[in-house]
Design a protein around this ligand. Structure first.
Ligand code: SF4
Ligand code: FES
Length: 280
């Protein structure tokens, strides 16, 4: 793909020209304005965008003004598809004011998040007038903005469905059902990777991976037969598809990626030496 994607099912479309902040950019039909902006280094704040997931429009931070022929409206850049002649402005006074209010809300929702504090400071927002979320015993450390990316990654990318939204209204949070350790969690860490505020705590402890934020869910780790290191969640290590031929795959089963790499390199060197010897 030439121009990046707009969600997992994005199919490259025909080339179009889009104007952002008075400058013209090439894009392809079907891309979102946010994807183009990210590629071109145009700052648009966002929390709930993840290239491998379909656009969702949950956080509303990526609002821009966009339209054609002088008509403009406020739209979320992560859900707006580019079209020939589309004109976008990313930082009008209305957009800036809107983002500042949203960031004030997020400061109350996630009072411990340095990511949110930094974003808010860029809009001159240093404190919030809204009621701060209770912080006691929050497994997400007062950093969750309820963007839903972890839930979607767990369900839509990994197919695990180990976590979800629980409770309602101001008590809404993300966790495992009934706050019980999850039997569906692979310990893959996809949730940790996509979380924009680094709220999720995952730790490897001996032979286990502990998903501290997800009700202390524990997942066994696979141990390397060669170096003895615990290197990946057992179930994932067993499932990982290999590009190696089945014979080699059988011989290297049970090794961590580093020991596999070393073994493959050693075999390659030996094979070349053998080959060179044959020519001598
Ligand atoms: S834990 Fe992170 S990814 Fe999950 S909803 Fe909260 S902020 Fe979003
Ligand atoms: S990134 Fe667009 S609404 Fe969150």
């Amino acid at each position: 793909m030439i121009y990046g994607s707009a969600g997992k099912d994005h199919v490259p479309g025909k080339p179009v020209r889009v104007t952002i902040n008075g400058r013209q950019y090439r894009a392809e039909e079907g891309e979102t304005v946010l994807s183009v902006a990210i590629r071109e280094g145009i700052p648009i704040p966002h929390l709930c965008h993840e290239e491998s997931l379909d656009p969702y429009g949950a956080c509303r931070l990526c609002f821009v003004e966009a339209g054609k022929h002088g008509k403009r409206e406020m739209v979320t850049a992560c859900t707006l598809r580019v079209a020939e002649g589309l004109e976008v402005t990313t930082d009008t006074p209305t957009v800036t004011k809107h983002r500042a209010i949203l960031l004030e809300l997020y400061l109350a929702e996630a009072p411990k998040s340095e990511v949110i504090k930094e974003m808010a400071a860029r809009y001159g927002v240093m404190k919030t007038r809204f009621l701060k979320k209770m912080e006691t015993d929050d497994p997400l450390g007062g950093k969750c903005v309820l963007c839903g990316l972890c839930v979607r990654a767990c369900t839509e990318i990994m197919g695990a469905g180990a976590i979800g939204f629980i409770n309602r209204g101001p008590y809404t949070e993300v966790n495992t059902p009934f706050l019980e350790p999850s039997a569906d969690c692979y310990g893959c860490g996809a949730c940790v990777k996509v979380c924009p505020t680094h709220a999720i705590v995952m730790e490897d402890s001996g032979s286990e991976r502990v998903m501290k934020s997800w009700s202390g869910t524990r997942v066994p780790l696979a141990q390397c037969d060669c170096c003895g290191r615990y290197y990946a969640p057992k179930e994932l290590a067993a499932r990982t598809l290999s590009a190696l031929d089945p014979q080699l795959e059988r011989e290297l089963a049970g090794l961590c990626p580093s020991c596999r790499g070393k073994q493959i390199a050693e075999r390659e060197i030996l094979a070349r030496q053998g080959g060179a010897g044959n020519h001598a």
